[in-house]
Design a protein around this ligand. Sequence first.
Ligand SMILES: [Zn+2]
Length: 323
Amino acid sequence: MPPSPSPAPSNACLACGSPDSHTLFHASDRLYATTEKSFLVVECARCRLLRLFPKPTPEELSSYYPTNYWHANPGDQITALEDLYRRFVSWDHVRFLESAIRHAGPGLVLDVGCGGGLILRLLRERGHQVLGSDFSLDAARVAWIQNHVPVFCGTLSQAPLPPASLSVLSMFHVLEHLYEPQDYLNAAHRLLKPGGRLVVQVPNAASWQFLLFGEAWNGIDVPRHLHNFRLADLTVLLDRCGFTPVRVKHFSLRDNPAGFSTSLAPSLDPMARRVRRIPESPSLRLAKNIGHLSLALLGLPFTLLEAACRAGSTIMVEARKTS
Ligand SMILES: [Zn+2]
């Protein structure tokens, strides 16, 4: 989800306000090659939250998001096999959301940064009332035309919804892209009904994959990830914005094994190939997709083990609106 226009970014730590930091490494845009610049990833000297330093201006940051930055292209000929794969690996997210809906009670579910809306479609097919939001008009068009999911374009504070109108609000891989994640968490708090549930997923900066791959780990995604959270960092932010985590999951079938594969071989990543418009014959495309899937399957035991040790490469949290 591309970022919204924001005021000049602060380079202090968003969690504790400290301007002091230690440099971890330099990195470039390994996945989408939108720029040849090198960026610094630093760790807050006081609370250890990781952040990009210095933060790019909103204009710079916009240029790091290719126009087709999301999980499907309008008019893209998605093969039946790919569609089946996407549905299969998305069930993890759907099941997690359905549990949150059960806990919150029936009502409207809003997915922020919904892309083409596949997860919402799967929820809608199971009888839930859904709405999406995304900055991309193309994403909104695909969500509506292909997946029959209504989507609004804009920031969460611009959502055309009255306060306390949502049962569940989800943000999968959104917070790490934002200058001020608290703004979105505060907006989520206003929009959720009492006892409503927030579902958040972010890459886990305390994962074994980060230890293994370092700056080559795809979860860092320089320069689009402005912050990189550990569970403790996320818990502090959620608590500050009136949420209490009630459930944490360290494994995502869609994200963890595929992230392992992309970290090893970014040139095989299907989304990166689409975004970079790499010319491919159908047979080469199939071969690369099989290569990516094979590496993901190879990494599956490792990704399951790290998740079992609460060090999976993503964290999915269900949090209850508490105040
Ligand atoms: Zn800090």
